[in-house]
Design a protein around this ligand. Structure first.
Ligand code: HEC
Length: 396
């Protein structure tokens, strides 16, 4: 008998594609930023050339020349870089639908935060992507966009505000993925709406025998620089789902801000280095920020040690808790029809099974609120603390 789990296989295939396209895009994008920074204008350059670079790779020598604004004659065969970016967005958007919109009930909505329907949740998600781009684009075109530092501070602040807002609406993972998608959408829209059209206009002007407008190149460069600095924080968000200790931390927005700032600093360090300026303070600052963020994440409020910490939690309380909040999914035969088999291969029908999975349960349910998935049964903070105490007591 063949029984294809279409949604899961599609999810796997699309995720793989998203990953591959992302590597191709970021690889090319980082290469060109590196190339741009590494061009030198020593010696004799060909007419119209602003800088050149020699490199050796894969058994051959490469000679790059950058023409500003464009070569006097257009080559017949001109390569455009755009499908890497478009494929990354299209596959990422498909994945957002497959995982978070089709699975909204479990992965996006957290009724203990906000009681909304699937339709409303999805609309909020989509609106956040659209609004993100509109605000970002207006900001770029405004006078504020001309000052790199001011622009960065405002955009960074807005993204953190979006993180705080979305984590109050969605599950933590759902909120984080939307912040990643807001940034990713802005990056791809930069390619689609600004960088490629401006390059096309430059080429069209040349074909018409006119001098291309240098402002087109300047605008494209602005967006390209933004994309370069936004890349590392997006990548962090994309893997953050694997780390409940980050995504489900009470101060998750602050941790994201800290790590992202570290990422921007290290990117800046490398950009300057490739231009020939070493600024070790930037690298040290990035490392310091990373460690400081880890430190902040690890501060445990002293109230966590409750006065009733020593009271023995009766086994029956935990059995009932599992029955209420977990067993509908985590059973040999789940009553939740979404799951034909116990998710993650774990069932919690006996307390021995709960003890065997103490590590995972602590991670997913006590230290974070990832489980119960979607929290349809409204598990409270108190119950989580009680479960944590019971797990502690099992170790003694
Ligand atoms: C609505 C269904 C559902 C409920 C209810 C639920 N879980 Fe889960 N659980 C899942 C799914 C699905 C996974 C697989 C991971 C994923 O897809 O995020 C999972 C994975 C886990 C894992 C990780 C297993 C592994 O190692 O891969 C743990 C631990 C866990 N759940 C604990 C709990 C606990 C404890 C409760 C009750 C407090 C609970 N879950 C309630 C659906 C559920």
């Amino acid at each position: 008998m063949i029984d294809i789990d279409l949604l899961s296989w599609t999810s796997m295939g699309v995720r793989w594609l998203h990953f591959i396209a992302g590597i191709a895009w970021i690889g090319a994008s980082f290469y060109f930023v590196w190339l741009d920074n590494s061009l030198r204008a020593h010696g004799k350059l060909n007419p119209g050339v602003a800088g050149e670079l020699w490199a050796v790779h894969g058994g051959g020598f490469y000679h790059n020349e950058k023409f500003m604004v464009a070569p006097s004659q257009l080559p017949e065969d001109l390569h455009w870089f755009k499908w890497e970016a478009y494929t990354t967005w299209l596959s990422g958007f498909a994945l957002l639908i497959i995982v978070y919109y089709i699975g909204a009930e479990n992965y996006l909505i957290d009724r203990s935060k906000l009681d909304i329907s699937e339709g409303v949740a999805i609309l909020i998600g989509l609106a956040s992507l659209g609004l993100g781009w509109v605000v970002y684009d207006l900001l770029c075109k405004s006078p504020l966009g001309k000052n790199q530092t001011v622009f960065s501070a405002i955009w960074f602040g807005l993204l953190i505000a979006a993180t705080i807002g979305l984590t109050k609406i969605f599950t933590d993972k759902g909120a984080f993925i939307h912040v990643g998608a807001i940034i990713g959408t802005a990056m791809v829209a930069n390619v689609f709406f600004v960088i490629i059209p401006n390059q096309k206009k430059t080429v069209a002007a040349m074909i018409a025998g006119e001098d291309p407008d240098p402002a087109l190149g300047v605008a494209a460069k602005q967006r390209s620089v933004h994309n370069n600095y936004m890349t590392l924080p997006v990548l962090l968000i994309m893997i953050a789902g694997h780390y409940p200790l980050l995504v489900s931390h009470k101060l998750n927005w602050l941790l994201l801000a800290g790590f992202s700032a570290a990422a921007v600093l290290i990117r800046h360090f490398f950009n300057l280095k490739h231009r020939g300026t070493m600024q070790p303070a930037l690298a040290a600052g990035a490392a310091g920020l990373f460690l400081a963020t880890v430190f902040v994440a690890s501060i445990k409020p002293s109230t966590a040690v409750a006065s009733d910490a020593d009271d023995k939690v009766p086994d029956s309380v935990i059995s009932a808790m599992m029955e209420t909040h977990c067993v509908s999914c985590h059973a040999a035969e789940p009553s939740n029809t979404m799951f034909p088999a116990p998710p993650g291969g774990v069932s919690f029908e006996t307390l021995d099974a709960v003890r065997d999975n103490a590590f995972g349960i602590r991670l997913q349910t006590v230290d974070s609120d990832i489980m119960p998935l979607g929290n349809a049964t409204g598990m409270t903070e108190e119950e989580r603390a009680t479960l944590g105490r019971w797990l502690d007591q099992q170790e003694d």
